[in-house]
Write a protein that binds this ligand. Sequence first.
Ligand code: NAP
Length: 250
Amino acid sequence: MPGVEGKVALITGAGSGIGRATALVLARGGACVVVCDINLPGAEETAQEVTRAGHRAIPLRVDVSQLDEVEQAVAHACAAFGRVDILFSNAGIAEQVPLLEMTEAQWDRMFSVHLTGTYNCFRAVLPGMLERNWGRLISTSSMGAMTGGVRLAHYCAAKAGIAGLTVAMASELARTGITVNAVAPGVIDTPMVRQSPERWVERMLKTIPMRRFGKPEDIAHAVAYLASEEAGFVTGQILSPNGGSRMKWC
Ligand code: NAP
């Protein structure tokens, strides 16, 4: 297991799916976990799973689209564990709607949760990381940022924005001891995907050379690597665990 022992990790969207699995993997690696989600019962359940397994976690209700809420979460994390070393900005929403039926409110919400949410998280944790000359910023893009997706223009555009923000910040922080990377998951079996129309789910499965959806842990272990001491020379990367979905001849 890559080294995260003794680190403090703040994870958004950690009350479900990929965020919950990552909280458990990082905690097993010896990190303390700040479990943030807009869904407090979900965050509490994740934190209980972590503590039942003998590790340290606190649950917080945080809406990542609100900078003041993210800043308060970082303040709570510092009060509980002293600092934030690792950020996994992962909170997200999904909905499928054709562009011409999409309201401005739907477009804006997609960007405020994903892109502004990631910006808010980076902004809130960076000052402390810069003081200590060490940090790991990990964001969540999507394979869809590169492949597109029907009725997902707002989602794919926001996820492409996250990829751009990630690479830009990796350049800006390259000489600080802080690395900035993203995961861009393929289709992962989480509540987000299970809420999609069955026909879409069946079609997606046929596009995956491995003929299976990813498990949340498939992403969690990629995040654990990017968060680790050993990944100190890795920055500006978009790592896409996707079962080979971008290969053409399978
Ligand atoms: P999930 O199981 O639905 O988990 C996402 C969590 O984020 C939920 O608990 C959700 O709460 C929370 N959330 C939503 N809006 C929030 C906000 N404003 N502030 C804080 N938390 C908020 O989904 P997942 O599949 O694990 O997705 C995690 C991330 O991976 C997302 O960014 C998603 O876009 C990305 N991703 C997923 C897949 C996939 O196939 N699953 C593929 C590519 C990328 P509510 O349930 O209350 O909304």
